[in-house]
Write a protein that binds this ligand. Structure first.
Ligand SMILES: NC(=O)c1ccc[n+]([C@@H]2O[C@H](COP(=O)([O-])OP(=O)(O)OC[C@H]3O[C@@H](n4cnc5c(N)ncnc54)[C@H](OP(=O)(O)O)[C@@H]3O)[C@@H](O)[C@H]2O)c1
Length: 316
């Protein structure tokens, strides 16, 4: 099969399209013919080697995590799935697996069925970005109707899903994004929008029940003056200093600091599928590219030149 691989860490130039063996479905896995993969910042972070402290992906590694496609084979002990069924999910990149490939073999813990009302493009956009928003706002922060939430990176894939979820919950939303995307963030449901290129959100005179720093624009110390007395701060870039801040916050106040690390599972994916079918989450797909454009797309993502999700059409 064809796949976009890298044999060593580095910039986009290490990505190569290669013919490699098609992975077989092991016990508990299904083999999926990938129709669409979607790109996330974690793909270029893993490829560059900056996430080495979280574990080293086996190499040669295939880039990409998220996918949607059709089951082509079942491994032993797989129940509840059938060949021909449309599914979406995320692979575990630490095993060297990746979604920018014609086939993936993946545990049934990391997939869910795609509802008829959801396209493969939309399904492929959900696992990492919308999964992060759902786990943060609902499972960690327990955001409730009438509460206030500030979301940085509100025009990005994670932040926009968070704005849409917070809107469905009935929270009061302040979104933070760049000048070009202010109207978009308002259009998806933010009550107030702060343009970070004009003013830092840390200096506004307001306190929030939840601050979801999807853009990892500050730390707990930088955010806590803007948190209510029981407020919670979630940051998507879990650095050692943030874990220390989380511990200190736990010992010294009722405010909480959470360094976030996504844990994907099939139950989370099923909830995302329902939210997409109900049009609560509507990913903004900026472009659909081919495998030969993955390297240049990762470069543009790394340079902050992409608004929304990039889908990769893998199947001909
Ligand atoms: N820890 C985890 O498990 C986990 C899971 C998923 C994602 N993440 C991380 O979460 C981050 C966001 O992911 P994504 O897919 O949403 O990326 P993305 O689509 O590239 O979006 C990034 C957003 O950040 C905004 N931004 C940049 N600088 C900012 C600032 N100073 N203040 C506020 N907003 C700012 C950009 O706004 P404009 O374009 O409008 O300028 C853009 O909308 C990435 O770093 C990703 O690696 C972590």
């Amino acid at each position: 099969m064809q796949a976009v691989i890298y044999e060593r860490f580095g910039d986009e130039s290490v990505l190569l399209i290669r013919e490699i063996p098609t992975p077989r479905a092991a016990t508990g896995q299904v083999q999926v013919k990938v129709d669409i993969a979607s790109l996330n910042p974690v793909d270029f972070k893993l490829r560059s080697g900056i996430l080495r402290m979280l574990g080293r992906p086996r190499r040669p590694a295939i880039t990409g995590k998220d996918f949607a496609g059709e089951i082509t084979a079942l491994g032993q002990d797989v129940q509840g799935y059938a060949v021909g069924q449309r599914v979406f999910g995320s692979v575990d990149p630490m095993c060297g697996d990746g979604s920018c490939a014609q086939f993936v073999s993946v545990s049934t813990d990391l997939i869910a069925p795609i509802p008829d009302a959801v396209s493969d493009e939309v399904a492929a956009c959900l696992p990492v970005a919308s999964g992060t928003a759902l786990q943060t706002l609902v499972d960690i922060a327990h955001l409730r109707h009438g509460q206030s939430v500030l979301i940085t990176g509100a025009s990005g894939a994670v932040g926009a899903s968070a704005v849409q979820l917070a809107r469905s919950i009935g929270a009061r939303i302040t979104g933070v994004c760049g000048t070009a995307n202010v109207d978009y963030v308002r259009s998806i449901g933010a009550d107030h929008v702060i343009d970070y290129k004009v003013a830092g959100w840390q200096y506004i005179d307001e306190r929030f029940d939840v601050i979801f720093d999807a853009a990892a624009s500050t730390t707990f110390s930088g955010a806590k003056a803007r948190l209510g007395p029981n407020g919670i701060y979630v940051n998507t870039m879990p650095r050692p200093a943030l874990f220390l801040e989380a511990l200190m916050a736990r010992l010294s106040s009722r405010q909480r600091c959470v360094p976030f690390l996504l844990k994907t599972n099939s139950a989370l994916l099923e909830r995302l599928a329902t939210l997409a079918a109900d049009k609560v989450i509507v990913p903004h797909i900026s472009e659909v590219i081919g495998l030969d454009q993955v390297a240049s797309a990762q470069r543009r993502m790394r340079e902050g030149k992409v608004h929304g999700k990039i889908c990769v059409r893998v199947a001909a």
